[in-house]
Design a protein around this ligand. Structure first.
Ligand SMILES: NC(=O)c1ccc[n+]([C@@H]2O[C@H](COP(=O)([O-])OP(=O)(O)OC[C@H]3O[C@@H](n4cnc5c(N)ncnc54)[C@H](OP(=O)(O)O)[C@@H]3O)[C@@H](O)[C@H]2O)c1
Length: 241
């Protein structure tokens, strides 16, 4: 049966679709660039025709994900989908951040849907951490956050999702993260070494409940991580001038 991948054109979606197709699955993508839209419902029921498994990776990167996930799940139930696989983020149940609360609400919508499901929580992808120095490449300094992270190689998240799609619905499975915990400041230093830049780094001592939760490591699954790819390897590949 066909697998519908929402967000199959995104950072995670692209390698996931590639691996699914390489494994011989019949894959269909739902995203705005392929003519569907979870915010309006356009193309959603049609995209679900003949679909057994939905791999829900689409995100609006905002709290709009909650309504979009509800719309997808309602349509999936109506068309007889037998497995929903959802990608979430480590710590969504405890870190007080609006996007995380929305992702947790999406998990609960899926759990309450009556459709057998699998939910995987992953840590930040390397590209997400690299956004911090990348976004500031024109500034004379780099502003950093005073928090750690355990970033993971996106292709390893894709590999795990392909395993989960092929397996029976498994509920909330073990969290996955990368092989190292490093502060954002350390990640910036790694990026600068690879990029050949030496800009000063200024750490912003942010307070608040969200930063406290992150400093306590609530968004990290602990070591040893699931992934093997390091941020340094990613930077070596991506940061070179
Ligand atoms: N990035 C990270 O570090 C990270 C870490 C852990 C978990 N995650 C989770 O992984 C998932 C994918 O993240 P990502 O980084 O790959 O995101 P991304 O690159 O921003 O991709 C988002 C995808 O969603 C699609 N999309 C956006 N709005 C849509 C709409 N209204 N209807 C249908 N499709 C829509 C986009 O395609 P169009 O623009 O063509 O619509 C795109 O394919 C998200 O659920 C995210 O929370 C991300």
């Amino acid at each position: 049966m066909t697998i519908l991948v929402t967000g199959g054109t995104g950072i995670l979606g692209r390698p996931t679709v590639e691996l699914l197709r390489a494994a011989g699955h019949d894959v269909r993508i739902l995203s705005r660039s392929t003519g569907g839209d979870l915010s309006t419902g356009a193309g959603v029921t049609g995209a679900l025709e003949g679909v057994g498994t939905v791999l829900h990776l689409a995100t609006s990167a905002s709290t709009r994900d909650v309504r979009q996930t509800q719309r997808l799940v309602d349509a999936a139930r109506a068309t007889g989908v037998t497995h929903v696989v959802y990608i979430s983020i480590v710590g969504v149940d405890t870190v007080p951040y609006s996007y995380y609360r929305a992702k947790f609400a999406c998990e609960q919508i899926i759990e309450a849907s009556g459709i057998p499901f699998t939910i995987l929580r992953a840590t930040q992808f390397h590209s997400f951490v690299a956004m911090i120095p990348r976004a500031q490449r024109r500034l004379p300094v780099i502003f950093s956050l005073n928090a750690p992270d355990q970033p993971i190689k996106v292709e390893e998240v894709a590999e795990r999702l392909v395993e989960l799609v092929a397996a029976a619905p498994s509920g909330l499975v073990a969290d996955i993260g990368g092989p190292q915990q490093l502060t954002v400041r350390e990640a910036i230093a790694i990026w600068q070494r690879a990029a050949g830049t030496r800009k000063p780094v200024w750490t912003i001592p942010l307070g608040g409940k969200m930063m406290r939760a992150m400093r306590a490591g609530e968004h990290m699954p602990g070591l040893p991580g699931y992934g093997r790819g390091t941020f340094a390897e990613y930077a070596e590949h991506e940061a070179r001038p």
